[in-house]
Design a protein around this ligand. Sequence first.
Ligand code: DAH
Length: 358
Amino acid sequence: MVEYMREMSYPDSRISEIAKTLKQRIVDTGNNPDVMRSVELSALFDELKTLPNTEKAAFGKQLNMLRQDLISQIKALKDSEEALPPIDVTAPFDVNIKPSEMPTLLPAEHGSRHPINTEFEKILDIFYRMGFSVMESREIDDDFNMFEALNFPEGHPARDDYDTFVTVQKDKKGRPLIAPAHTSTMQNRALKSLKNNLAKGEPIALVIPGRVFRNEDIDARHEHTFYQLEGIYVDKNVNVGNLIATVQTFLQEYYAKQLDFRIQPSYFPFTEPSFEFTMSCPFCDKKGCNICSHSGWIELLGCGMIHPNVLKAAGIDPNVYTGFAWGGGIERLIMMKNNIEHVKHFESGKLEFLRQFK
Ligand code: DAH
């Protein structure tokens, strides 16, 4: 604190004395600006009025100096209180040394990969072997991609099926931005960016992993934040049989066993026809267990033939090309594979859970 008490010299010893007292008071009272209205200071100004003209000028000059001195000390102290302590950004070791000689800041043996990462790698690898490439989804999007381009015009009742989280910030049309509730939010972008494939006589074959968000009531199978995998395939003469074969092949490869499948009609604005894909429980082979709620079957994903309006919105002629798409949660697949009883573990960050996947 002493450093703020810059010494000014006052020829008048009383002014000098009062200057010291008031400066100390500024420090002692935590920078209280009332010092400027203190009795000591007023008394000095009162005294000025009573002085003979010959002394007034010199005394007045010193009083003004004192006022300035106090004001600048109050300001300096205030600035120093507001300034945050500096952070040392120098690396704790020489960045030029060989990697092998660098100190291990976080020993690798204390960490493990998250099961979602590990499983996604396996899943994407299967699709890669089936000829699909990968495009990542995003964690914030707009109304156009989340709904409009997917054939949910404004006011469409099916929008209510997606209880979305939105931002205060608005898009160009004054609508809030959206934390995507499904990876289908990528369909329009993906189709547009790959439609040149079609001109070259190649299909669009893409899988899109992504984190999605819904204002869900949480239970053993539902989380507000989870992962989905979207798939898109477009070419000439694509049909529902291709869709079913693709999803079946993936699932049997992932669970490394023969499974039974059921396809039920469903509704999504962006597919026509739309289906719900159900598979026999890989755990109990339809005998019934707690994984499949004793039904023997597990509802897995939504899928269908891409709606002509969705193709059109991406500039693809639906009279020439057809395609299929699917989208489904990834946690459920992983839960069934590893006998995980509650979806909450994935986002919990709990080490007891994560260490089991080392
Ligand atoms: N996006 C849908 C959902 O999360 C799932 C879905 C259904 C994706 C049909 C698709 C599809 O690509 O064709 O509820």
